[in-house]
Design a protein around this ligand. Structure first.
Ligand SMILES: Nc1nc2c(c(CN[C@H]3C=C[C@H](O)[C@@H]3O)cn2[C@@H]2O[C@H](COP(=O)(O)O)[C@@H](O)[C@H]2O)c(=O)[nH]1
Length: 378
């Protein structure tokens, strides 16, 4: 990072080393515990009171202290980690080539990831949408590749900040929707247009028109990059005020963006977040769905009924906050037991969930339904 410019040979070497090996071989996966690591974290993270990842953990612990609807079954968490066939084998972020990685330009890769995570919410099927994550990541990849010229500065790149700042709803109807499978459309288009415009404008006016400038300001700290993202991109501010007036922080999309940047750019030596272990799991609906199904989370009768019947919960309600908080605490505990970072444990659980839902959801012998909340945050 820093002032160093990426050369094509660097990319080739980084890429060759990474191909087919999985994320685990590309990064320093030293255990989260241990004195050296603790000091390193202190050196890079923000002070406790303003650290976004600390705020997320504080939120999760606080909510779980008075939880009424969700219980963490600690002995079961241990079983899940140990379970045959579910051992933590770190997942390849780009398995199946579902993401765009520019062969020459970290800037274009970073823009792609930020666009992806701007829209990385509300996938669950409703009467008019059957959108899945890989539909989004691969259709954006197609658009990126189609406009990917030689020149790093090239303004013709579809996700150049100037283009993002002026995006219209026609981007979805004319460019993106046609790349989705028949009958699948992108929900909440108006909201997504606004989020993309916000991203383009913020990069132009706050970061000299470059995603890499924003990333470099983090000084290789995942925690600081989450902070920059939630400060400069309001659409990523996944916060709530609970019924008692307390602030609650989750930062799902901001944290997943940082993790995705780590996976996409770390492989070519462009980022090296020393405190990547500070990220929490990305509290959305797939991870708690898997944990509940496996017995690691137990829902009250009332909540179980709501979730099983696919009743939509209001955003920010107590039940939703408890599910998200329990997910964060449970994944931290599983990661600790397995000696990996929360982000790695998240990817492993998420990918296990994706395999489980292939067999259907909510029926006999199938994974239990996930909770439903209409939100731009996950
Ligand atoms: N907690 C967590 N949630 C994740 C992801 C990802 C993808 N991350 C990439 C990075 C590493 C992985 O290997 C993936 O290649 C998507 N999602 C969420 O799932 C939902 C879509 O699901 P479905 O409807 O089934 O396609 C939607 O809310 C989306 O935001 C993750 O990693 N963790």
């Amino acid at each position: 990072m820093g002032e160093r410019k990426l050369r094509k040979t660097d990319v080739a070497i980084g890429w060759l080393e990474g191909v087919g090996k999985g994320v685990a071989t590309m990064f320093d996966f030293t255990k989260v515990s241990g004195n050296g690591k603790t000091e390193e974290k202190k050196a890079t993270m923000l002070p406790d009171a303003i650290s976004p990842t600390m705020n997320v953990r504080r939120t999760a612990r606080d909510i779980m202290d008075g939880a009424k609807h969700v219980t963490i079954k600690r002995d079961k968490l241990e079983d899940i980690v140990k379970k045959e066939g579910m051992k933590v084998k770190l997942t390849e972020w780009n398995e199946g080539g579902i993401h765009y990685l520019s062969p020459t330009s970290p800037e274009k890769t970073a823009l792609y990831v930020l666009v992806l995570d701007c829209m990385n919410f509300c996938f669950w099927p409703s009467h008019n949408s059957l959108l899945q994550y890989h539909h989004l990541s691969t259709s954006l990849k197609t658009l990126a590749e189609a406009s990917d010229g030689e020149d790093e500065e090239e303004e013709s790149f579809r996700f150049h900040p100037k283009k993002l700042a002026e995006i219209e709803e026609s981007f979805f109807t004319e460019e993106l929707d046609p790349l989705l499978p028949p009958g699948v459309t992108m929900p909440s288009k108006k909201e997504r247009v606004h989020l993309l415009r916000e991203l383009g404008s913020s990069l132009l006016y706050r970061h000299g028109g470059k995603a890499m400038n924003m990333i470099e300001k983090s000084e290789n700290s995942a925690d600081k990059l989450v902070d920059i993202i939630v400060r400069d991109l309001p659409g990523f501010r996944d916060e709530a005020i609970d019924l008692d007036g307390r602030r609650r922080f989750f930062y799902k999309r901001a944290q997943i963006a940082v993790a995705d940047l780590w996976a996409a750019l770390g492989r070519v030596g462009m980022v090296d977040f020393k405190d990547i272990g500070s990220l929490t799991t990305f509290a959305d609906y797939r991870v708690p769905q898997v944990l509940r199904h496996e017995g690691g989370l137990e829902y009250s009768k009332e909540l179980a009924k709501v979730v099983d019947k696919m009743t939509v919960l209001p955003a920010g309600c107590r039940m939703e906050l408890e599910i998200r908080a329990a997910t964060i605490v449970a994944v931290d505990e599983m990661a600790r037991k397995a000696g990996v970072k929360a982000v790695e444990m998240d990817w492993w659980i998420w990918q296990a969930g994706e395999r489980m839902i292939e067999k259907g959801e909510g029926g006999k012998g199938q994974i239990l339904n996930h909770h439903r909340v209409r939100t731009v945050y996950y």
